[in-house]
Design a binder for this molecule. Structure first.
Ligand code: GLP
Length: 255
């Protein structure tokens, strides 16, 4: 129990460190099940994984991948879909087996079936060994917005107004063009992962990180439930860590 905090000098350094953890896992367990995240935060992690594949021969062929979330209503080939994000940042450049890449389909005819099938696939794969997370400025993980039940499994969600505002930058700066609904792993789905690494950088995330790591465990800050997981690391830059008590950051290992 308790969150392990690691502070790196920059977003790039966080990405390199997180990629190293994925590499270590794949070397130990080539058929590992890895949960991936989107957003701007993990971009350097993906760049490093691509480099490791190209320069060091890191093999992804036996691994299985699940993505945290996807916008409802966007086709997989929509440039702002998380399908497109993952292809562009990772899958187009590594040797992952397409049959082992699982991303929720935001255009599925029956979203209710899509979320159940996704859960069943995670179970059939033996559960997630390592889940990568980002965090929303409102403390969300995946698209589990404040108020989401800690018992939730993969579900359809109406996005919070603050999330749509945060993500409007990907939709021409227009909240009205930003999807209203999404599909996301549930909080219990995330908590079932054997190991979790959450990445955050920049002062815009400082308040969310403080609530997540040191606030009360409450659905008001979905990420606060991570305090109850027994293998979770927050990889932060100094700006994202700036509001944490010194008792937490002092003595943290700097990778
Ligand atoms: C989105 C995603 C989250 C992500 C968050 C932070 O809302 N659904 O999974 O963690 O944004 O994104 P960024 O890394 O761009 O700040």
């Amino acid at each position: 129990m308790g969150i392990d905090i690691k502070i790196s000098p920059s977003q790039d350094a966080i990405g390199k460190h997180a990629a190293k953890r994925i590499k270590q896992l794949l070397e130990l367990k080539p058929d590992a099940v890895i949960g991936m995240a989107t957003g701007s935060t993990p971009e350097p992690m993906y760049a490093e994984l691509v480099r490791m594949h190209k320069e060091e021969g890191l093999d992804f062929s036996r691994a299985t991948f699940f993505n945290l979330d996807e916008y409802a209503g966007l086709r997989p080939d929509h440039p702002e879909s998380y399908h497109a994000y993952m292809q562009t940042h990772l899958y187009d450049h590594i040797n992952a087996d397409p049959a082992k890449i699982h991303i929720l389909d935001g255009k599925a005819k029956r979203l209710g079936n899509e979320v159940l099938t996704f859960e069943a696939k995670i179970k059939a794969a033996g559960g997630i060994d390592l889940q990568i997370l980002g965090i929303g400025t409102n403390g969300h993980i995946g698209f589990c917005e404040p108020g989401t039940s800690f018992n939730s499994r993969t579900h359809v969600v109406k996005l919070a107004q603050s999330t749509r505002q945060d993500n409007a930058r990907f939709f021409g700066g227009k909240v009205s063009k930003t999807p209203e609904y999404a599909l996301t792993m549930g909080i219990q789905t995330i908590m079932d992962a054997k190991r979790i690494i959450l990445l955050a950088n920049g002062e815009g995330k400082a308040a969310a990180i403080r609530s997540a790591a040191q606030g009360p465990v409450s659905p008001n800050t979905p990420a606060s439930i991570l305090q109850e997981h027994d293998n979770v690391t927050f990889m932060l830059d100094p700006a994202a860590a700036q509001s944490l008590d010194r008792s937490v950051t002092r003595g943290t290992r700097r990778p």
